[in-house]
Design a protein. Structure first.
Length: 551
């Protein structure tokens, strides 16, 4: 529901703040006072084209801010578009249009696109006027309206449609795969045989590479050990020299204490050197490379990496690729038998969808007759007694089928006896069109798409009993939703719960449009003006009083 509208520097409006409530609100004023400016400003906040011509002369920018008590579906829409929205909090939409033509949009002070504003606007407000091409006048929404009116259960046909689409998708994918595989059968068979022979395993390439690095390191250490062994062993090695030194000291040491100690130290060195010699030999044996295993690892690693490059995958993915290609070959070999099973599945799903769609079509036909009767009952009081209304439920081509069934639904009218039926917008005048929309809205009751509806001069060209009938139906409709009506009819104005007067003023330099909420006595004067014109007569005041009393 629209709760507040703030307008700054839009055409003739300098500054305006309006509060709105539930029920029927009416906007009146003399012709040319600026009622259309008010609607243009609201339209701007709801994503209409940001024309710089809307900026008041001399101002740098126009700003319109609209506040709503919004339904939960708007929070979902905002979330889908990356904007924050707290459930239950007011929704505030602001649009800024600069005099140089640029524009910006905000939702709850977060930058938004004009496209998002239009999506929000479609959920928040319906505007019905002689030039409106949305809502009830858009045939794309008629099927959903009819289903809502008759509470047609489309869940079974939607489920059947999903099953049919899944089956058709699986069959189409199988055919594409089999056709592609058949063209590449020779290559597929060769690739599967090649991969089967190689038998790659996940992680094998890393294992081989690690083992190769260890082998290369062992070879380097073994080479270094040979240099150490050369220094220790052999006739000229360190250990041989120590032994020779020990023998020489043994001959000359005698009772000389220092030489005895030197001999003991050399003996210890010989013993430690012998231990080192044993450990070096042991290490050499451990670091001995199995040349055959090394060659096999090198060849295996080369084969794995070569196969991976050939198929443009990582070596670790070769095993999965082998399974994938093997599965393709198996499905190819299954051939027509596999396709036959999928075709049977499609046939079963198609039969189920046909049955569900036929049931929905039958239900829509019955509901359409009820809607036609309901609308027909509203036409005569609205001075449309010569008109006829019908709901067309027709089959669509197969490429137009969907989860909603096989039907096309469209509302049509014939305005004169014997005239052919046609879409509403083709044959109805502005006033007739608005009254047809009202008749439909009353018949559809709560099935409107938005919580706020605006009727722009729905009473154009009518008066008396017809205007009273329009007012009575608007009031009835406003019991279920917020309704704002721009009207020239006193009978309609008298039905309003809230009454806004739009007036133009001129101070000799600047012309301004203003809006103010009327008190009860002011309402009587405005309705009297609407009845009598510029000069308000006592009779007009009395008639206005009677209209207000009977509203």
């Amino acid at each position: 529901m629209l709760t507040r509208l703030s307008i700054r520097d839009v055409v003739l409006i300098e500054a305006l703040d309006l509060d709105f409530g539930a029920g029927l609100g009416v906007l009146t004023g003399e012709t040319g006072a600026g009622k259309s400016i008010l609607l243009d400003a609201l339209g701007l906040a709801l994503g209409a084209r940001g024309d710089s011509g809307l900026v008041r002369h001399g101002a740098g920018q126009a700003v319109v801010t609209a506040s709503f008590d919004a339904p939960a579906s708007t929070a979902e829409l905002l979330s889908e578009n990356g904007l924050d929205a707290e459930p239950g909090e007011p929704l505030i939409v602001r649009r800024i249009v600069k005099a140089d033509g640029g524009s910006r949009a905000f939702v709850n002070d977060q930058p938004a696109s004009a496209t998002l504003l239009r999506e929000l606007g479609a959920r928040l407000v319906e505007v019905h006027g002689q030039h409106d091409d949305r809502g009830l006048l858009n045939p794309r929404g008629h099927r959903a309206m009819l289903d809502a009116f008759g509470r047609v259960d489309t869940a079974p046909v939607a489920a059947a449609w999903r099953s049919l689409r899944d089956a058709q998708g699986a069959l189409a994918a199988a055919r594409v795969e089999i056709d592609a595989a058949a063209r590449d059968r020779d290559w597929l068979e060769h690739a599967v045989a090649e991969l089967t022979k190689l038998a790659p395993e996940p992680g094998e390439e890393e294992t081989l590479a690690d083992r190769r690095r260890l082998t290369q390191r062992a070879e380097k250490v073994a080479d270094d050990l040979k240099s150490v062994e050369t220094l220790l062993e052999g006739s000229n090695g360190g250990l041989s020299q120590l032994r020779q030194a020990a023998r020489a000291l043994e001959r000359i040491a005698g009772d000389h204490s220092a030489l005895a100690e030197a001999l003991a130290a050399v003996d210890r060195a010989v013993v430690e050197g012998a231990v080192a010699e044993d450990r070096l030999r042991e290490a050499s044996r451990d670091l001995t490379v199995d040349t055959r295993q090394q060659e096999e690892d090198e060849a295996r690693l080369f084969d794995l990496r070569g196969m991976a490059r050939k198929h443009r995958v990582r070596p670790d993915d070769l095993a999965a690729l082998a399974e994938e290609l093997r599965g393709k070959l198996e499905r190819l070999e299954a051939g027509e038998e596999g396709l036959g099973l999928l075709e049977a599945r499609v046939a079963t799903a198609r039969k189920a969808y046909d049955a569900a769609a036929e049931a929905v079509s039958d239900a829509r036909g019955a509901v359409a007759a009820r809607l036609d009767t309901a609308v027909a009952g509203e036409l005569a009081p609205l001075k449309l007694d010569a008109a006829r209304f019908r709901t067309v439920v027709a089959s669509t081509p197969e490429d137009a089928w969907s989860g909603a069934g096989k039907d096309r639904v469209e509302f049509e009218i014939a305005t004169n006896p014997g005239a052919p039926f046609a879409p509403l917008t083709k044959i109805a005048s502005g006033g007739e069109l608005s009254r047809f929309i009202l008749a439909l809205k009353v018949a559809l009751a709560e099935e409107g798409a938005a919580a706020t509806m605006i009727f722009d001069e729905i009473d154009r060209g009518v008066g008396g009993a017809v205007a009273s009938a329009i007012g009575e139906r608007l009031a009835r409709l406003a019991e279920r939703t917020q309704l704002l009506v721009v009207t020239h009819s006193p009978q309609v104005a008298a039905r309003g719960i809230g009454h806004l007067l739009i007036a133009k003023s001129h101070d000799g330099t600047v012309t301004r449009t203003g809006v103010r909420r009327l008190a009860e006595e002011e309402r009587r004067e405005e309705i009297a003006r609407m009845l009598s014109g510029a000069t308000i007569t006592p009779e007009a005041r009395a008639q206005a009083e009677r209209l207000l009393e009977t509203a």
